[in-house]
Write a protein that binds this ligand. Structure first.
Ligand code: G3P
Length: 214
């Protein structure tokens, strides 16, 4: 499973990068806004640091506008993946991106039929929003399972990027289902390391080590 960090915060990306287990980064307009920085500055810093896939989202809502942004973003680096919302114009833009060899991440996916459209359009990634479905009382992980099943039936190459993962159990469930990628906040990636028995066990080992004659 590939691990992407869902953030536009450079300090968080630097830390996860230092752990050596970071495969890529996903951003969205809300995450960029949270940094309080200009998009150009955020983008430049992320692309300088991350050599794996970096999703950068378009903000135009019509095909022509999305394509203008997609071309400009893709020109910034071979690792750029253009994030496009799952609308009629978005899907049409994904088809054009595929023809131009521009990688895409179709975002705001909340149904398996939407995911089917993205695969037919030739998207590189589909992003089902697990946590946001859970938020409204639906089973977000069931959507991941349905998409994997549909894609498997037809051999679609679009990768399932489980998004809006909010806690370690989301990551585990997505991994058990075989999602290709999980994107998560820094806090969730940090939590994956933690187990009280690990901390306790290490404390004991280190205490016992003090008793070993020099
Ligand atoms: O970047 C897309 C997605 O991961 C957002 O997550 O927590 O805002 O629903 P969240």
């Amino acid at each position: 499973m590939q691990f992407f960090l869902d953030t536009a915060d450079i300090a968080e990306i630097e830390q996860a990068h230092a752990w050596g287990i970071l495969d890529g980064v996903t951003t969205n307009p809300s995450l960029v806004a949270k940094t309080g920085r200009r998009f150009d500055d955020v983008k430049r810093d992320i692309l300088a640091l991350v050599k794996g896939p970096v999703s950068l989202e378009v903000t135009a809502t019509d095909v022509a506008g999305m394509m203008e942004e997609a071309r400009a973003l893709a020109a910034e680096g071979s690792q750029v993946v253009v994030k496009i919302p799952l609308t009629q114009d978005g899907i049409a833009a994904v088809v054009q991106c595929r023809e131009l060899g521009i990688k895409t991440n179709v975002t705001l996916c909340f149904s398996a039929n939407q995911a089917l459209l993205a695969a037919k359009a030739g998207a590189t990634y589909i992003s089902p929003f697990v946590g946001r479905l859970d938020d409204i009382g639906h089973n977000g992980m069931q959507l991941v399972q349905e998409i994997l099943e549909v894609y498997e039936n037809y051999g679609y190459e679009t990768q399932v990027l489980a998004a809006s993962l909010r806690h370690p159990l989301h990551v585990l469930e997505a991994a058990r289902l075989g999602a290709h990628v999980g994107t998560m906040p820094y806090s969730t990636m940090q939590q994956l390391f933690k187990h009280p028995m690990t901390d306790l066990g290490l404390q004991r080992f280190l205490a016992d080590w003090q008793k070993v004659p020099a």
